[in-house]
Write a protein that binds this ligand. Sequence first.
Ligand code: THU
Length: 160
Amino acid sequence: MKKAVSSFEYEVYKSASQLTESDQILIHEAKEALKKSYSPYSKFKVGASALVKGGAILSGANMENAAYPMCICAEGVLLSSVEATFPGETIETIAITAKSSSVKLLSPPTPCGACRQLISEKENRQGKSIRVILFAENTEIYVIETIKDILPFSFDGSVI
Ligand code: THU
């Protein structure tokens, strides 16, 4: 037996002003997307935006349902919107934010496992990593170079 270690590095910023103008715009759009959230049950708004190759930015927010398991995460809404608008186009960067009406977020929100898998599939399909920016109001900003960093040992279609 031997032991192996899996770890990754990510960037941590104190403020959006330390990021590029392009990232700042994406962050702004993710924040704006919070307004589109339909989350009467959890009262937890999630907004996500994507910079698509060529410069277009799309966004989406979580969409809940009285039948709870049918809730759609912001990332799923966003990726569906990208595919509907620019089928097969490359996503360069995704920004994700969240706002709760009851809890003050002390660290950036991180995508659920299912959403990591969704983004991972898109990465595999486009053959290019997707940068992920995570932030909330008054938290640090995390920049992750590829979704695979936060989905180690990901399942991919090559084994099917
Ligand atoms: N949610 C997202 O939109 N994205 C995630 O990655 C995790 C959770 C939503 C689903 C639900 O509407 C609310 O956050 C609380 O779980």
